[in-house]
Design a protein around this ligand. Sequence first.
Ligand SMILES: O=C(O)CCC(=O)C(=O)O
Length: 223
Amino acid sequence: IQDWPAMKTWSPEYLKEKYGHVEVQIQANRNSNSEYEIECEKHRKTILLGDYTDRVLNGGENNDYYMVANNQNLEREELKGLLDDIIFFPELLNPEETHNRVFFWFGPSGTITPLHHDPVNLMMAQVYGRKRWRLISPQQTPLIYNYVGVFSKVDCENPDYQKYPLFKNVQMIEEVLQPGEVIFVPVGWWHQVKALDTSISLSFTNFVFPNSYTWQDPQIKAW
Ligand SMILES: O=C(O)CCC(=O)C(=O)O
């Protein structure tokens, strides 16, 4: 995505200057609840993008607040201009289908999206900062302690093998996504993601090929 205008312009400072007056939603107070993703509705907070950017810039490494896909900020008319800064890969993505299919992620270094899988294929483009991705194939689901819906109980950053002994046998792919790189995550693949820097990314599920599945999760109860 080196040719995207966003690669030259997007930064926390740019977001603040151009869109700082826009009200956005974020996930807040995540430190108070280890199930912040499962109980994401409890953490929804409205804030000016300028104020949020100040928190990101001044708060140091932390996982307490994060603007995630579920905050759906690209559905806001005032932020639609962000999509003019990117080029949809014509052979892969449909630029006419952005409604609830393209998501904006912005947060400080240290945010963690816990281990889960998605019921669609997705691509994530890393525009600013780096993120460490840990990926596990769906064939290994019996080792992953699938819990509520699409989530696992295991923290890949620091797995508790006493509680989750089968996880020792998991083969994980680890990759650091650099600015300008894109990752394709096939449907059902488990992943946990940590921001290594202040990070801005976009995720896409608006493929030109069919991308809906009748099953919701690859749950296999084998323990
Ligand atoms: O970038 C992140 O923090 C998480 C991305 C992710 O897990 C997803 O899009 O499903």
